[in-house]
Design a binder for this molecule. Structure first.
Ligand SMILES: [Zn+2]
Length: 225
């Protein structure tokens, strides 16, 4: 991989990894670790409430490392489209640090990546959510499993769809292949836009897990309003 900053493109100094010190200092962090209730969790729980589960299941916590904006979009795009796995692992470990620093995530005992359809994974060679989830789980010292959730239907790319279209596109696209034992599950994806994909996974899990199980979400980037 070239020794240049993933955000601004300047040559990296010795000791800098993937991002220069200036861009790292300016990383638009969400600081969601400080707030067990934040805009991302509010959005996600509103969706759960709209589906009729409100009040009967534990609140879903949500965390993201940074806001998806300006040059920082490059971080998730380099991982998703340009195969920069090393940078992906590096930023996933920063997300892991955020999760470790958040008391409300301290009882997470299972990390699950949002699965890709096998044809897409085969084409790309890897699943970016899996790479992030594995690094987060390693940092937290908990299990990461890729055999629990299955994407049973190939869906269109979400990038050009409206909010409603996104929800329809992924609704029912996932199923649970093996019911895991867990008290607090952390679902992991690369970017949280409308939350449709994470919610489709949530619904599949909610269908088989007891109502006492908490299901939270974590992403590298969060698209703010
Ligand atoms: Zn830079």
């Amino acid at each position: 991989m070239p020794r240049e900053c993933i955000v601004c493109g300047t040559a990296l100094m010795p000791g800098e990894r993937h991002i220069c010190l200036c861009c790292r200092a300016d990383l638009p962090r969400t600081d969601f670790r400080l707030l067990s209730r934040n805009p991302m969790s509010a959005k996600f729980n509103a969706r759960i409430a709209a589906s009729g589960d409100e009040g009967y299941v534990p609140y879903s916590y949500a965390i993201a490392l940074y806001y998806y904006q300006a040059g920082y979009k490059e971080i998730s795009q380099a991982l998703k489209y340009r195969g920069n796995l090393a940078a992906g692992r590096y930023f996933a470990s920063l997300l892991g640090d955020e999760i470790l620093a958040a008391p409300h995530f301290s009882d997470v005992d299972l990390v699950l990546p949002v699965p890709l359809h096998w044809t897409r994974k085969w084409k790309r060679g890897y699943n970016q959510a899996e790479l992030i989830a594995a690094e987060v789980a390693r940092k937290a010292g908990v299990r990461c499993r890729t055999d629990v959730l299955v994407r049973c239907r190939r869906t269109r790319s979400q990038t050009r769809l409206s909010g409603d279209e996104k929800a329809r596109n992924v609704s029912g696209a996932f199923r649970v292949a093996r019911v895991p034992e867990a008290g607090h599950i952390l679902l992991v994806d690369d970017v949280h836009t409308t939350g449709s994909t994470l919610f489709a996974c949530y619904e599949a899990l909610r269908g088989v897990m007891g109502p006492e199980v908490r299901i939270s979400v974590a992403t590298l980037a969060y698209v703010g309003d």
